[in-house]
Design a protein around this ligand. Structure first.
Ligand code: PHE
Length: 357
């Protein structure tokens, strides 16, 4: 009996956790434990033997049970201490500076442009960045051998041999959304289409992916005068100035006739751009009256409808408005740059609340 006592009190003292302790309890004082087996032997003893062995076994059982209870309490105290240690929190420490993401200038300017055109009754349309060469070129009156295809430094999608789908390109401009919108909604139309476009080009003012916003207005009585008014209103609102001088320069795009590139009057003072005054001109967009063949490609009758279209670089006007010198930094994901040029996430640009604040 002394051996049993030594054995179990030793095991209890050495138990590392409550599960181990429970195993010991079953082996010692459980229904089939060693002490229970010993108790069963009492029946085979003489009454005298039983008189000493019985109480001794009961005492042993009590001793083991109280050692188990004490150890169990000690183990759970230790577990609680450990938990308190690891979950300790010094509430007297100074608060941590709140890190907050910012809105990228491209997103900000896209929102600003959308707010301005929404105010003039334009809605926002979108199209795929990977499009067929028909939408990106043919439908826009740029046939297969037209030099504009080469000029645009197009990225062509790889085609496996035997693939019969039409050739796909990374769209080189947002103009294919003109065609998709005409197909989807017919005339009249008043939309802008902001989004990413791709050209194989890379320097301080060119990146292989950049952003444009397309504008398209089609109705039965649209003229260049409407185009001019809309663009003037846009430029005044966007650059937050009362007066602008726009210069329409004759140009050429296959999908507009006539075509014009639009410059704004500006000045450069100590490297900073001022819009609306000075003797410099800055090109900001391409535009024109939608070519009849483009209307036709979009399923619109050119004898009944006509319209204007324009395309503008979002990154470019963002650089101009916010004095950002290098386009490549737009896409470097440099946190210092993003914190410097980013916008507060809760300042949604609106015409009444202020576009850029
Ligand atoms: N798609 C032309 C470009 O990317 C811009 C443009 C759009 C010009 C619409 C005229 C009309 O350069």
């Amino acid at each position: 009996m002394d051996d049993l006592k030594q054995k179990y009190l030793g095991a209890i003292a050495g138990a590392g956790n409550e599960a181990a302790l429970e195993d010991i309890r079953l082996a010692a004082v459980g229904k089939k434990g060693e002490v229970a087996l010993k108790m069963r032997e009492l029946g085979k003893m003489t009454p005298e033997e039983r008189q000493t062995a019985g109480p001794a076994l009961n005492a042993l059982k009590d001793e083991i049970n109280s050692a188990l209870a004490a150890k169990k309490a000690a183990l759970s105290d230790a577990a609680l201490d450990e938990r308190l240690r690891t979950e300790w929190l010094d509430v007297t420490l100074p608060g941590r500076e709140r890190r907050q993401g910012t809105i990228h200038p491209v997103s900000q300017v896209t929102e600003e442009v959308s707010a301005i055109f929404a105010d003039m009754g334009f809605s926002v349309a979108e199209g795929p960045r990977i499009d067929t060469d028909w939408y990106n070129f043919d439908a826009l009156n740029i046939p297969g051998h037209h030099p504009a295809r080469a000029e645009m430094d197009t990225f062509y999608m790889h085609r496996a041999e035997g693939d019969n789908r039409p050739p796909h390109v990374l769209r080189t401009h947002t103009s294919p959304v003109q065609i998709r919108s005409m197909e989807a909604q017919g005339a009249p139309i008043r939309i802008i289409c902001p989004g990413g476009v791709y050209r194989a080009d890379y320097d301080q003012t060119h990146t292989p992916m950049f952003h444009q916003v397309e504008g398209l207005a089609i109705d039965t009585d649209i003229s260049m005068a409407n185009l001019k008014w809309v663009l003037e209103e846009f430029v005044k609102a966007f650059f937050e100035v009362d007066n602008v001088d726009l210069r329409f320069r004759a140009s050429h795009f296959p999908f507009t006739e006539p075509s014009a590139e639009v410059d704004i009057r500006c000045s450069w003072q100590d490297g900073a751009l001022k819009v609306g005054e000075g003797d410099d001109w800055l090109e900001i967009l391409g535009s024109g009256m939608v070519h009849p063949r483009v209307l036709q490609a979009g399923g619109i009758d050119p004898d009944k409808y006509q319209g204007f279209a324009f395309g503008m670089g979002i990154d470019r006007i963002a650089m101009l408005k916010y004095g950002i010198p290098d386009l490549r930094a737009f896409f470097d994901s440099d946190l210092r740059w993003l914190r410097h040029y980013g916008f507060a996430s809760l300042d949604q640009p609106t015409l009444h609340g202020g576009l850029s604040r």
